[in-house]
Design a protein around this ligand. Structure first.
Ligand code: SER
Length: 390
């Protein structure tokens, strides 16, 4: 199955079971929201998980684009991406956890063709405040799927306060041998899907009270699912990244870690620009700026004459299509090239300044402040020029 087929199989399955397909929301939460970018499928639905009636009803399904900067340093390994899509289903005070788990099992086995023996699940084993999730345990036992119990790993919350509850995570075997061990003992069990029973609200003092209306929130990372279903070990080997690998490798003659980093950061940068964000010194614009500048530093490591003006327009178009974003490729390229030119100018100025005797050796906080306030050179850039940061 290619990515589009996988996506459609998921949404069709839930639509056939009475769920309303809500449009995959933007990466940008409303101004009242303290976070910069949407980080999970459930995030925009938080008020409804807390009890507000949703205009589309009690059963929802969607594909949500998300951005996580916490993983920025892990980008380049085989699973973490900065921008990714999350498949989600919700029961807002409608059916309960057992039904959600049963449908999850049915979709994985019949919809995606995953052999029963390649599934393992974890459930909440209980702690000082909440007893074990025996409802889920019972459901999985009836389905004949092996279960492991954990504590912290099977409790989901969006933050220190707010809606939360026990969850059950579904793992698929991605090893070359027959399945072995359990999700906590063998990393070849790959977590793909989380079914959360959103039943409590956590308060400032750490106490829990039951939500007036318990709900179910499930989320599954599309790219990770695609990787496992297509039989790969790395997301960069899937059809999602095929154009990137095909076009970038010969263009810039890159080693594998650089190819991955460039593919992730450029793809993410294109989506963020598509959302209307522009590079800037703070907030969302700063995240975009870091993505583009890290791309450029990597690109220039081997050859400083490389430029984003060589970026194939097909890759921009492919990304905008993938994320169902209107808007032309020219515009995205203009933003990227303007940032490249700004960064080049800053680097030239920075190199000239840092070659002065007073900047040889370790810089003080005062030096950093002066370089920033008087010459517009941010600390991370100065550190890059001094070879302390990649
Ligand atoms: N809230 C859960 C998660 O983000 C399921 O959507 O993993």
């Amino acid at each position: 199955m290619n990515t589009d087929q996988i996506l459609r199989t998921f949404t069709d399955f839930y639509v056939e079971r009475g769920h309303h397909l809500i449009t995959g929301g933007t990466l940008l939460p409303p101004p009242s929201d303290p976070v910069l970018f949407t980080t999970s499928g459930m995030h925009p639905l938080t008020p409804y998980l807390e009890g507000r009636p949703h205009p589309r009803g009690r059963r929802l399904v969607n594909v949500q684009r998300c951005l996580r900067t916490t993983d920025l340093d892990e980008v380049g390994d085989s699973t973490h991406l900065t921008v990714f899509e999350m498949l989600g289903s919700w029961s807002l005070g409608d059916y309960g956890h057992p039904q959600s788990l049963r449908w999850g099992y049915e979709l994985l086995r019949d919809g995606f063709g995953i052999p029963h023996g390649q599934l393992y699940v974890t459930v909440f084993g209980g702690d000082e405040q909440v007893g074990p999730d025996s409802e889920s345990l019972e459901t999985w036992r009836e389905l004949g799927v092996p279960v492991e119990r954990t504590r912290e790993d099977n409790w989901w919350s969006n933050g220190p306060v707010g809606p939360c509850g026990p969850d059950s995570e579904i793992f698929l075997w991605a090893g070359d041998t027959p399945p072995r061990g359990t999700p906590t003992t063998d990393p070849r069990w790959v977590e793909v899907w989380n079914h959360v029973s959103m039943r409590y609200r956590r308060h400032e003092d750490g106490s829990l009270t039951p939500l007036p209306q318990p709900s179910i929130d499930t989320g599954m990372g599309l790219e990770r699912l695609v990787t496992v279903l297509q039989g790969h070990n790395s997301v960069y080997d899937t059809d999602l990244f095929e154009p990137w690998t095909r076009l970038l490798r010969p263009l810039w003659d890159l080693d594998e870690p650089s190819l991955r980093l460039l593919s992730d950061h450029l793809r993410s940068g294109i989506v963020v620009i598509g959302e209307g964000v522009r590079p800037s010194p703070t907030g969302r614009g700063y995240v975009l700026r870091r993505l583009v500048r890290r791309t450029l530093t990597t690109l220039w490591q081997h050859d400083p004459t490389r430029t984003l003006s060589d970026l194939p327009p097909d890759l921009v178009e492919h990304t905008l299509d993938r994320f169902r974003m209107p808007g032309g490729t020219d515009h995205v390229r203009e933003v990227l090239l303007a940032e490249e030119s700004r960064f080049t100018g800053l680097l030239d100025r920075g190199r000239r300044l840092l070659s002065r005797p007073r900047y040889q050796g370790k810089l003080t906080d005062q030096d950093y402040d002066y370089l920033h306030d008087t010459h517009g050179l941010p600390r991370d850039l100065v550190m890059t020029l001094q070879g302390q940061d990649g």
